[in-house]
Design a protein around this ligand. Structure first.
Ligand code: HDE
Length: 765
């Protein structure tokens, strides 16, 4: 074997293939992960035994991390090369014939660089293009082996690595985070029996009942084809034209017009599997299941005016929040809960469990908590992980199976299909973020970008030349076996293009949702419809929607009609099903966002403490320390960023300015004591805007000492004065000497998120 000089570019993986061993220790250009691939296994995923089991990662350690190490690249201390490993001497100038002469075609370094650049973009997802993701783990509370053999649920404390991508639906990849929209909530479980993707949303129902209508729905909501407007918004003619002709969408529209469509963060929204799935145990017995993710931080949303402003000041609002929470250790956490019911139970329900426009009310089938999911690691590279991750509803593992939901059936096909064009071929499972930690062995071969180097001459089964390998598992060895009878088939019907009768009950559950909301939430839903329909230019579409709403609630229809100047109220749209079955449940408090206030913790909440030169330093730092002690992010926001002197002569550093981080980006506000600082803040128009937005969006405000003047100067209504002291409205005025009491009252106020008691429509401030 020929000796390689230590100073030469050297790739340990390659060299090992040719017989080089550790005797050659390259100084530069070495792979930081020496040749582990050949030694261990035949697939990309097999390099890490610990990860493969999926059971050993202690809290905070992610078993998918180690296998990904093989493909992580860190160029620190490395020389610049071409993709062929050739060192580049000059990365500034193309090759020319004389300094002022023509560029030369033979410049392979320039051409490689430009060609790669030209192809750096891949097609964005047709829906859910805008997304953000994180790594984490799922931990099982108790074994569920009586219900399912799915690997993540087999023992108490079992940990399964996950990768979760949150998304909006309609907007393009670069669109804003805070659009009124459904949010995707897609979880990839890297189980030790293969990958399981639970591709859900933050709302438990969907617009349509049959996959046949999905392209129509998406074409209607996307920017209109002639002028490509509006971006990331459903408030336009084609969307409302379509949904007002599709009464099955009514229930989903209730959710979409509610504050559910404006989550405060990914950490404060629920997730749902939407469809009915099946759990299957080792005996082949199966039950139906609905999946729910409930955020430990509680459900919490933005208000519309706030969402609109945030999309201008920080279009990455949710992405930033997710990233910062994880960097700060305020890990987003969700409890997984199941609704389990039998086929016999399902047959008795007043609705059809195969209909994705229906929920199973929690009062009918209670939630059973089965585990928790913690997101504790940001991706290293957005493109490699968040963009290239491929979720597919077809990815299930033994123990999970499908129901006959016709929407789900379409999805089982669609997701794999879309990855083939989006990720450039059938080998997308080999992209590191997609590759399972369970071993992969089959006779599929070739295709674009194949990574695995299959050895031997056998790529067929049965074979004798390969010893019959890879061999069929069969049920005894946990091979996937489909549940034989998925709901009783009606044999007399034969092939049909039709729907079961209960699918035609379009309004009972829409009514259930609306009637279960608090008065504030009902107002927000009406205002949501008012805003969206006010952007619709065709009066007939507005009226048709109002006539549809009359089947849900006349109170709602009237409010919306009034907001749109529709008078008289149009007739109710004739329902498809004249006599729907009596519902089991007519009020479900669990459907209110306020039903899940969370643990009251301040973890991850962003609080602004206004500062200016001459600020009273002691009370300021004491409040700041109290907030940070509760896990909040307490930022000093000044007329400018950087250093300024306090009244006591100390120096403080403002993290942000009122210009670069306006008030609506924060969950709560502290106004400081200090005559000079208050005078300076009163001079700055941003201060009034800051306070007014905090007030209008019903957030907690604390004014210390002299700064109470700023509240009045901002034009807050005088009627609020009397209740300020008691804090009933979430506004607290304290003497700076009582800073400890102030901190206590303020923290309690912030933990309640918002104080809707002071909301006014139209806003007075
Ligand atoms: Fe999707 N959906 N969808 N969807 N969906 C996609 O797959 C589709 C539906 C959902 O973060 C696409 O990889 C059809 C319901 C999420 O990468 C595509 C139908 C629910 C994500 C697709 C539906 C979802 C997608 C686009 C009706 C909630 C993002 C790119 C039959 C349960 C996953 C891609 C991620 C993405 C098709 C309906 C959730 C085109 C045909 C219902 C969270 O394949």
């Amino acid at each position: 074997v020929q000796d390689l000089s230590a100073s030469m570019p050297f790739n340990a993986t390659k060299a090992a293939e040719h017989g080089f061993t550790s005797g050659v220790a390259p100084v530069q250009g070495a792979s930081s992960q020496p040749a582990s691939r050949l030694a261990t296994g035949s697939t990309l995923s097999e390099s890490n035994e610990l990860a493969k089991t999926g059971t050993v990662a202690p809290e905070g350690v992610n078993a998918t991390v180690a296998p990904l190490d093989r493909v992580r690249v860190d160029s620190a201390g490395q020389v610049l090369t071409t993709n062929q490993g050739v060192r580049i001497a000059d990365n500034q100038n193309s090759l020319k014939y004389g300094v002022r002469g023509p560029a030369l075609l033979e410049d392979f370094i320039l051409r490689e660089k430009l060609t790669h650049f030209d192809h750096e973009r891949i097609p964005e997802r047709i829906v859910h293009a805008r997304g953000s993701a994180a790594h984490g783990y799922f931990e099982c509370y108790e074994p569920l082996s009586d219900l399912t053999m799915a690997a993540p649920f087999q023992s108490k404390g079992k940990v399964t690595p996950v990768f979760v991508r949150f998304s909006t639906v309609a907007g393009e990849r670069g669109s804003k985070d805070t659009a009124r929209d459904v949010r995707g909530f897609a979880v990839k479980f890297y189980t030790d029996a293969g990958n399981w993707d639970l591709v859900g949303n933050n709302m438990p129902v969907f617009f349509i009942q049959d996959a046949m209508k999905f392209p129509d729905l998406v074409h209607a909501v996307k920017p209109e084809p002639h002028h490509q407007m509006p971006q990331a918004a459903s408030a336009h003619d084609t969307f409302w034209d379509f949904v007002s002709l599709m009464p099955e969408s009514t229930h989903m529209l209730m959710w979409l017009m509610s504050d559910r469509a404006l989550p405060r963060s990914f950490a404060t929204m629920q997730g749902f599997g939407v469809h009915t799935y099946r759990l299957v145990n080792a005996q082949g017995e199966s039950v139906f299941v609905k999946f729910h993710w409930n955020p430990v931080a509680g459900t919490h949303s933005l208000v519309w005016d706030e969402a609109v402003k945030i999309s201008g000041a920080d279009p990455d609002f949710h992405r930033r929040d997710l990233w910062e929470r994880i960097e700060a250790g305020a890990y987003p956490e969700y409890e997984l809960a199941l609704q389990v019911f039998t086929e016999e139970q399902a047959e008795q329900f007043s609705f059809d469990i195969l209909d994705a426009t229906k929920i199973v009310p929690e009062e009918l089938v209670p939630l059973r908590p089965v585990g928790r999911m913690v997101l504790n690691r940001n991706p290293d590279n957005f493109f490699a992980e968040t963009e290239q991750v491929a979720f597919c509803t077809a990815h299930v593992v033994p123990g999970i199976d499908f129901s006959n939901d016709p929407l789900l059936a379409g999805r089982i096909h669609s997701y794999v299909d879309t990855q083939i064009s989006r990720l450039g071929g059938p080998n997308f499972h080999e992209i590191p973020i997609n590759s399972p930690i369970a071993p992969v062995h089959n006779n599929q071969r070739d295709g674009m970008h194949r990574q695995a180097i299959h050895r031997g001459r056998v790529a067929y089964e049965p074979n004798s030349l390969g010893g019959g390998c890879p061999f069929q598992a069969g049920a005894a060895q946990q091979g996937f076996v489909s549940v034989p009878a998925r709901i009783r088939a009606d044999e007399e019907q034969g092939k049909v293009r039709a729907k079961p009768e209960k699918f035609a009950d379009h309004y009972t559950q829409a009514r259930l949702f609306f009637d279960s909301q608090t008065p504030v939430e009902k107002d927000h839903i009406a205002n949501g419809f008012r805003f969206e329909l006010s952007k619709v230019t065709v009066p007939a579409i507005r009226e048709r929607t109002v006539s549809m709403l009359r089947n849900v609630s006349d109170e709602l229809a009237r409010k919306v009609a009034m907001g749109l100047g529709i008078d008289p109220l149009p007739e109710a749209m004739p329902p498809v099903l004249a006599n729907p079955a009596e519902p089991e449940v007519t009020r479900s408090p669990a459907l209110s966002l306020l039903a899940r206030p969370g643990d009251g913790s301040l973890m991850g909440r962003k609080i602004a403490l206004l500062v200016a030169p001459g600020v009273e330093g002691e009370s300021l730092t004491s409040i700041q320390a109290a907030l940070v002690g509760q896990g909040a992010v307490a930022r000093l926001v000044g007329p400018h960023i950087g250093r300024m002197r306090t009244a006591g002569g100390d120096m403080i550093d403002a993290d942000a300015s009122m210009e670069n981080e306006p008030g609506f980006l924060f969950d709560a506000l502290v106004l400081p004591d200090g005559e000079e600082a208050v005078a300076a803040l009163a001079q700055d128009g941003h201060t009034g805007e800051f306070i007014r937005d905090q007030f209008r969006h019903c957030k907690t405000i604390l004014a210390l000492g002299a700064s109470s003047r700023l509240l009045a100067a901002a034009g807050l209504p005088a009627s609020m004065d009397k209740s300020f002291e008691q804090g009933r409205t979430g506004i607290f005025i304290f003497d700076a000497a009582r800073v400890e009491d102030a901190a206590k009252a303020f923290i309690e106020g912030v933990s309640r998120h918002r104080h809707f008691g002071r909301e006014m429509d139209p806003p007075m401030v």
